[in-house]
Design a protein. Structure first.
Length: 270
């Protein structure tokens, strides 16, 4: 992960409470994850009464959610501050967090029953997304499951003017939804992505509208200032194509909340 992107996460870690849904999973997202795991568990309850679970990142809503089976959860994050400030804490024989890079993490092949991720692929270009997909497939057991919530660009993509119009009319009440809709509109294509600084400059240009509509959490955009690291937003078909480089079964659940069509949860199997 680029150093300025790690810097962003270090900033986020120390201001975690300023970040809400859809950047963080809400109750509906957690319900979709739990439902996918329950369906998977029912296929063979005896073997899946307990499971080794790998979490990409330290998302506390996932780390502390109620599983329908006993777990040993290992969370991997490259930001020491995310582990220090956001991780809910290790519990012996139940959960632990380790500092490592997802693309080079030291997790044994075929050692995990479950891999979970929340928005994790947004930081990687298409080749790196394929690489991470391959790594997930290698650490999973043959009957394992991968459940990921992904930020998906609408297809066709929105125009910046459409996002601006919605904002001016008061139709966007969540700052993070505004920020990501604008970022997705700025992205020319998946390979190119969109830089954090470009997102920052574009958001700043709309601040008069922001004040008018009283969107909250606007100071969090400062974490993107002068940072060249990019975010990447695939369409649903583009993301499915990436996942199919290592997996064959993909199911999509779309939440009903505002912007939910851009935050689906995908259940992925061999």
């Amino acid at each position: 992960m680029a150093s300025d992107l790690i810097g962003t996460w270090d900033d986020i870690a120390q201001n975690w409470n300023k970040w809400g849904p859809p950047l963080r999973p809400c109750d509906e997202d957690i319900t979709l994850i739990r439902r996918a795991l329950k369906i998977w568990q029912k296929e063979d309850f005896a073997r899946k009464n307990s499971a080794d679970v790998l979490l990409l990142g330290v998302t506390p809503e996932i780390a502390t959610m109620k599983f329908s089976f006993s777990t040993m959860l290992t969370a991997v994050d490259e930001s020491a501050n995310m582990i220090r400030y956001v991780w809910p804490g290790d519990i012996p024989n139940q959960r632990t967090a380790i500092l490592d890079n997802w693309l080079t993490m030291k997790i044994a092949d075929q050692s995990q029953d479950v891999v979970l991720a929340d928005g994790s692929f947004v930081f990687f270009n298409p080749d790196e997304m394929k690489q991470l997909t391959s790594i997930v497939s290698k650490v999973l057991k043959p009957n394992g499951i991968f459940v990921v919530r992904q930020f998906i660009s609408p297809d066709p993509k929105e125009r910046i003017s459409d996002v601006a119009l919605d904002l001016s009319m008061g139709n966007i009440t969540n700052f993070h939804i505004f920020k990501f809709r604008l970022a997705m509109a700025l992205q020319e294509n998946l390979s190119q992505g969109v830089s954090q600084n470009d997102i920052y400059k574009s958001v700043i240009s709309f601040l008069p509208y922001d004040r008018k509509n009283k969107l909250s959490e606007t100071d969090s955009i400062n974490f993107y200032k002068d940072k060249g690291a990019k975010l990447y937003f695939p369409t649903l078909n583009e993301f499915k194509a990436i996942l199919r480089t290592s997996f064959s079964s993909i199911e999509v659940e779309t939440p009903i909340y505002d912007f939910g069509s851009c935050c689906p949860t995908l259940t992925v199997r061999f």
